[in-house]
Design a protein around this ligand. Structure first.
Ligand SMILES: [Zn+2]
Length: 244
């Protein structure tokens, strides 16, 4: 089979047999691909230090139904400034784990690929801010078809004008005040900021206030976990570094 040359972000790696590694890649051209990198633990020549989580690579890969074969990998960037900062490492690790858990195999999703690369570039070039994490998550869910409806109650369907009282359901969906009596409130300001985050395709353009960050966090964490059967490993690390 002819190998394809792809641009990729490393989502995860694990050691395999004596000298190989299994690498999960999010490729721009082929979507999520899991492949064996033969000799990766020993041969610095073919893979160098390329096969690290959230490294941006140009790879040569023979894509197969089950396990693909990664022939070579050249580094585009390893995002060196992310790797110097524990909070940035935590959030980049969270982003690639999220992608690994949500993405189907072998389905190219170029918009999502661009979003992930843009987030890593943002983390690499700017100080970490929680607004960027929430911006990433809102757009991530949207591109995958899980857009959070901000202007309509998820339970009764009533329209919610900009100033309406909103509540957050346990499933990370927005409800009207009547349907979501027990839920945490979602202020009009937070709904507006989330709406802007979905309308502007640029990191740094939407800055959440501390209270809207808290609300957006409850909403987005709930929406993400509603789609997952078990929690993300990176979350416990993020909680740890946030507590410090
Ligand atoms: Zn309702």
């Amino acid at each position: 089979m002819v190998p394809c040359r792809c641009e990729a972000i490393v989502l995860a790696t694990m050691d395999y047999r004596e000298s190989d590694r299994i690498v999960t890649l999010f490729t721009r051209e082929q979507g999520k691909v899991r492949g064996v990198a033969r000799g990766a633990k020993k041969s610095m020549k073919r893979f160098g230090g390329a096969l690290e989580p959230f490294a941006h690579l140009s790879v040569e890969v023979v894509v197969r139904e089950g396990l693909s074969s990664i022939r070579s990998a050249d580094i585009v960037t390893v995002y060196p400034r992310i790797r110097e900062d524990l909070a940035k490492i935590g959030h980049a690790g969270y982003a690639v784990e999220l992608a690994g858990r949500f993405l189907p195999d072998h389905a190219a999703i170029p918009r999502l690929y661009r979003l992930l690369v843009a987030y890593l570039e943002q983390l690499d070039a700017h100080p970490y801010t929680p607004s960027d994490r929430r911006f990433f998550e809102a757009n991530f869910l949207n591109i995958l078809g899980y857009r959070i409806a901000l202007d309509q109650c998820a339970a009764c369907g009533v329209e919610l004008p900009p100033s309406a009282e909103r509540r957050i359901g346990g499933d990370g969906a927005v409800r009207c005040a009547a349907c979501g009596r027990l839920g945490a409130p979602l202020a009009p300001e937070t709904a507006a900021l989330l709406g802007r985050a979905l309308g502007i395709g640029r990191f740094g353009a939407v800055v959440f206030s501390p209270s809207s960050l808290r609300e957006a966090g409850v909403l987005l964490d709930g929406a993400i976990s509603a789609h997952l059967s078990r929690p993300l490993n990176a979350l416990s690390f993020l909680r740890q570094i946030q507590a410090d």
